[in-house]
Write a protein that binds this ligand. Structure first.
Ligand SMILES: Cc1cc2nc3c(=O)[nH]c(=O)nc-3n(C[C@H](O)[C@H](O)[C@H](O)COP(=O)(O)OP(=O)(O)OC[C@H]3O[C@@H](n4cnc5c(N)ncnc54)[C@H](O)[C@@H]3O)c2cc1C
Length: 461
């Protein structure tokens, strides 16, 4: 196998020594629990090489796991069945910025934040804003249909995907969509690839819709003594003001403290138990100055004891950085944990925090909680305490997750809002879906990938 792959990608684009493969044996889910090594890692430089690799793998029934930045939180990029890890990191070219059509075309291995750096000088802006944007790749964002901190106003990644070049598991290269804003010719295969977690094909090139850079931005941080009051204020902020913020993030005290200590940052959070980060943007400063006091008032009427406004870029970035760094900070302070990503209808979000407080007490565990509350999407990290033995911890996770997912389903929610099923949630996915849905999904998988070589062992068996 290695000889054939070496002939395709060249000796500088292949790793065959297992001692150099550690980085490719895991993503950002808990390393010990899920890590698995591939037989070989390859770094194709173009779509033709991807095609040749997949043709070879398909012929010899070798598993292939596509890999972006490896920031995934569901084990999607872990090569559980060994075989080939196909890393997109060398396909990181910005191919075209098309001002007239407001699009950018890039290779799948471009770091998400680099897209905005490249298009900013043209007055344009890509609205995707996953909190990992400085290290994840756009191909990974498409494979996970990533959300993030601005999805409440701008939607998730898929909304901006106009065109995709995809290499199928059988080696054919197909082009889906292009620069069209509208296109209803036949089944929407492009949308099927978005969120398919690397199980249907390899995304090689992407054309994204861009927006004009907003002229004005402000960030409010609202401090609450009561966590339930903070989360209950979330839907009211939108309903009572009629304003849809760009971001509406919730962070409890434990999450903020962990992140501030990790960053050596001091936010003026006083005695607050919870904080809301609310970002507004728009086409003019005056309108924003009219909007943010209205939002501040609703926060205060609903329990905020203080509201700060950050209207300069440096302070805004300080607050967002604290929010973005929470997952890493919590993983550093508690390496053994289970990071969850539940989502419920926005109207049900006030019921989640009291429920989670009950779970914390019942199972004697800490569950720091933060996330994109404006979308109904919360990240909860179940923590292993020092007192828990390994057996207790495993039993606790299972029992607590059964209850949490059960409650989320009862509320009409889902077990993942943006991190995907991957390996981590496979067991729960089959329980969450109806049998006809599952059967249909398996038939789709078989139509794309008859030999089951693309990222096997993910989503479902
Ligand atoms: C600190 C932190 C913050 C995060 N914040 C957010 C957030 O706000 N919103 C959010 O949605 N997620 C978030 N995530 C999760 C993660 O960053 C996203 O899921 C991201 O989209 C993964 O991109 P990646 O390039 O790292 O993909 P990887 O982890 O490398 O891969 C993820 C999946 O995509 C597949 N894949 C990767 N590239 C391709 C390709 N070119 N073609 C086909 N399949 C491919 C892989 O096989 C795998 O199944 C966060 C993660 C961290 C660590």
């Amino acid at each position: 196998m290695n000889h054939a792959l070496l002939n395709i990608v060249g000796s500088s684009n292949i790793i065959t020594d297992p001692s150099l493969m550690t980085d490719y044996s895991h993503d950002e889910t808990s390393v010990e629990q899920y890590a698995s090594y591939p037989d070989v890692v390859v770094f194709p430089e173009n779509s033709e090489q991807i095609s040749a690799i997949l043709k070879y793998a398909n012929e010899h029934l070798i598993p292939v796991t596509p890999r972006g930045g490896g920031t995934g939180l569901s084990g999607g990029a872990i090569p559980v069945k060994g075989g080939i890890v196909l890393s997109l990191e060398k396909m990181n070219r910005i191919i075209e910025i098309d001002e007239a059509n407001m699009t950018v075309t890039v290779e799948a291995g471009v770091i998400t934040n680099d897209i905005n750096k490249a298009v900013a000088q043209h007055g344009l802006y890509f609205a995707g804003y996953p909190m990992s944007l400085q290290s994840c790749f756009i191909g990974g964002n498409i494979a996970e249909n990533a959300g993030g901190g601005k999805a409440i106003k701008y939607g998730v990644t898929g909304r901006y995907v106009l065109g995709l070049e995809v290499v199928l598991p059988t080696g054919e290269i197909i082009n889906l969509g292009g620069k069209l804003v509208k296109d209803v010719a036949g089944y929407d295969l492009k949308s099927l690839i978005v969120g398919s977690e690397g199980t249907l094909g390899v995304v090689s090139t992407v054309t994204l819709k861009l927006l004009p850079i907003p002229k004005a931005t402000a960030v409010l941080s609202a401090l609450f003594e009561d966590v339930a009051a903070a989360i209950a204020a979330v839907p009211k902020i939108m309903i009572n003001t009629g304003i849809i913020p760009t971001g509406l993030e919730y962070m409890d005290r434990q999450s903020v403290e962990a992140s501030c200590s990790f960053l050596d940052e001091k936010l003026p959070v006083k005695e607050s138990e919870a904080m809301l980060l609310i970002e507004l943007d728009g086409s003019d400063e005056d309108r924003l100055e009219d909007e943010y006091p209205k939002i501040g008032d609703v926060c205060e009427e609903n329990g905020a004891f203080e509201v700060f406004v950050a209207d300069n870029a440096a302070t805004r970035e300080r607050i967002w950085k604290v929010r973005r760094s929470i997952p890493e900070a919590l993983r550093t302070s508690h390496p053994e944990q289970s990071a969850e990503d539940i989502v419920v209808p926005i109207s049900c979000i006030p019921r989640m925090i009291p429920f989670l407080k009950g779970i914390e007490k019942k199972y004697d565990t800490d569950i720091p909680c933060f996330g994109h509350a404006g979308d109904g999407n919360l990240h909860l990290h179940l923590m292993k305490n020092k007192e828990h033995s390994q057996e207790e911890w495993i039993a606790l996770q299972k029992a607590a997750l059964d209850e949490i997912y059960g409650f989320v389903t009862e509320l009409g929610g889902s077990i993942t809002g943006e991190h995907g099923i991957g390996l981590k949630r496979k067991k729960y996915f089959s329980e969450h879906l109806s049998q006809p849905e599952l059967t249909l999904m398996k038939k789709i998988k078989q139509a794309f990938d008859p030999n089951n070589i693309m990222n096997p062992g993910k989503i479902f068996d």
